[in-house]
Design a protein around this ligand. Structure first.
Ligand code: ADP
Ligand code: MG
Length: 384
């Protein structure tokens, strides 16, 4: 009975404030689409309370009538959102604490996973009328910063990029592909636009525009690509005075990720692999699933280097980071296979433990004398 104790990851410490934390996993069910209704879909997902979800497959009408009282396969998540959950509800449950942590100089990441059409972009970006997690997080960030404006000096920088076909592109300033390189903060895309943001309004418009810049499938001319991964990074820098009046520089990073449709990873057959594009999109999502597997199994080597996506997500998966996964699913039995696959990965992701780390905090200057201290305060006030 001590097995479980032995298997506890090394990073788990007794001190709750420094203990590694697990990935929080949420599922969001979207409403049945008109097309699905017209095709005679039945709902195969049932959420019975705020956590538990049942998936039931009905092969035909008779099975449906016979089995409808059976509950189907059971899953439980940190929260399961029914199809009437609001954007604000999803934001408040999944991301609000990460925004707080980012202000404390920690890293956080939220990623949406699921098949094409399951509601990832709706959850992340949303619409003008119903803005999603990306916009609500930035709005909240600005509110919290305003409340603390007397404590120090903040700056917020945004970058928005796409990984498509193993190529990284700047969505805010489309142009040539970007090269990834490693610096002391981790993997960065060289030359990526860092846009200094001052208010929420400009950000919404900018993100909508950025989303338009996502690569469009040649075969689905009017649809944003189901093969592109979009990553919004929000870097918050905070210069504050601590209790001893030292000036401290805190940097927190929030990554919000709208992953490509997971059905591409499902359809792994030889024919798909022969097409370069297919192979590459599979590479990123398959690399993501290998990393998740390796993390779950507590492997020493995590194969981040296998794709651009996993390189960029390295500190969002295994690093010192609060990580949230939102699995998006359709209610229709026509998407049963995709939903089952998505729930399988969501269930597996619950086992991931991220490493603990202190906040990204650096003592910038330690004032020697009262005079130095006064000078620094004056400088900080000027910056404000
Ligand atoms: P994905 O990005 O996963 O391919 P989308 O976010 O584009 O899927 O969603 C597909 C369609 O369903 C869109 O028209 C979107 O507006 C709609 N939709 C998705 N989720 C919801 C939701 N929770 N409520 C209302 N409409 C939604
Ligand atoms: Mg999308």
């Amino acid at each position: 009975k001590n097995v479980q104790e032995l298997e506890r990851p090394e990073t788990v410490s007794e001190n709750p404030s420094t203990a590694g934390s697990r990935i929080l996993v949420f599922v969001r069910l979207r409403p049945m689409a008109k097309k699905e209704k017209e095709a005679g879909s039945r709902c195969c997902v049932r959420i019975v309370n705020r956590r538990d979800l049942y998936l039931t497959e009905f092969a035909n009408e008779n099975d449906y009538l016979r089995l409808k009282r059976l509950r189907g396969r059971h899953f439980t998540f940190d929260a399961s959102f029914a199809d009437n959950a609001t954007q604000q509800e999803v934001y408040s449950t999944t991301t609000v604490e990460l925004v707080e942590a980012v202000l404390q100089g920690r890293n956080g990441s939220v990623f949406c996973y699921g098949a094409t059409g399951a509601g990832k972009t709706y959850t992340m970006l949303g619409t003008i009328e119903n803005p999603g997690v990306m916009v609500l997080a930035i709005k909240d960030l600005f509110t919290k910063i305003r409340q603390r404006s007397s404590d120090g000096n903040h700056s917020v920088h945004l970058s928005y990029l796409e990984v498509y076909n193993e190529t990284v592109r700047d969505l805010l300033s489309p142009g040539r592909p970007l090269v990834l390189r490693e610096d002391k903060q981790g993997i960065v895309a060289a030359g990526l636009t860092q846009y200094r943001a001052y208010s929420t309004d400009e950000v919404m418009a900018m993100l909508q525009q950025g989303n338009q810049n996502r690569t469009t499938e040649p075969t689905r001319a009017n649809e944003t690509s189901s093969r592109s991964h979009a990553i919004l990074q929000v870097v918050v820098e905070y210069r504050v005075k601590d209790a001893a009046m030292n000036v401290v520089n805190r940097v927190g990073k929030l990554s919000l990720i709208d992953l490509a449709g997971s059905e591409r990873a499902l359809a792994t057959d030889q024919r798909t692999l022969r097409s370069l594009e297919g192979a590459n999109i599979n590479r990123s999502l398959l690399a993501l699933s290998s990393c998740i597997n390796a993390l779950v199994e507590g492997k020493k080597h995590i194969p981040y280097r296998n794709s651009k996506l996993t390189q960029l997500l390295k500190d969002s998966l295994g690093g010192a980071c609060n990580t949230v996964m939102i699995a998006n699913i359709s209610p229709s039995n026509l998407s049963f296979g995709e939903t089952q696959n998505t729930l399988h990965w969501a269930d597996r992701a619950k086992e991931i433990r991220t490493k603990a780390r202190e906040a990204n905090e650096e003592l910038e200057q330690a004032p020697e004398s009262e005079a130095d201290r006064a000078k620094l305060l004056l400088e900080l006030q000027k910056e404000n």
